[in-house]
Design a protein around this ligand. Structure first.
Ligand code: THU
Length: 136
């Protein structure tokens, strides 16, 4: 595993502390590693009008893109019931996988934390036979 990933998981756990999830009580944190080494953190942000919620992964990606970043190496994602330490994987939802597909190559790494150790997947594994910008 890449030597930068343990720190990335720590950054995701830190971001998770800021999750705003009063409706699901499911807190998620993400940390997005740019090719230049910059890390953008994100948390899930819910809304009384439920569909307006944003996932932690997209919060991090949109923060980065809005700051001019588009070259990404990896994202760490951690999640679980609020107030408890995560003890199982929190795989990205389909919408977040599609947004990753917009900006990231097939070898982009998705680092998941099961509470004890990190597991690394590629975007190609998580979103096979995908539709992306070059299909248009
Ligand atoms: N959530 C994320 O932030 N990322 C994921 O990968 C899965 C789900 C959020 C959305 C919602 O606020 C809560 O977790 C429950 O679905």
């Amino acid at each position: 595993m890449d030597e930068r990933y343990p720190r990335l998981v720590s950054e995701a756990l830190e971001a998770r502390e800021r999750a705003y999830a009063p409706y699901s009580n499911f807190a998620v944190g993400a940390a997005l590693l740019c090719q230049d080494g910059t890390v953008y953190q994100g948390c899930n942000i819910e809304c009384a009008a439920y569909p307006a919620a944003n996932c932690a992964e997209r919060t991090a990606i949109f923060k980065a893109v809005s700051e001019g970043q588009r070259d990404f190496a990896a994202i760490a994602v951690v999640g679980g019931p609020a107030g408890q330490k995560p003890d199982s994987l929190c795989p990205p939802c389909g919408v977040c996988r599609q947004v990753m597909r917009e900006f990231c190559g097939e070898d982009f790494n998705i680092v998941l934390w099961d509470g004890k150790e990190a597991r690394v997947y590629t975007l190609a594994q998580m979103l096979p036979c995908s539709f992306g910008p070059e299909n248009l």
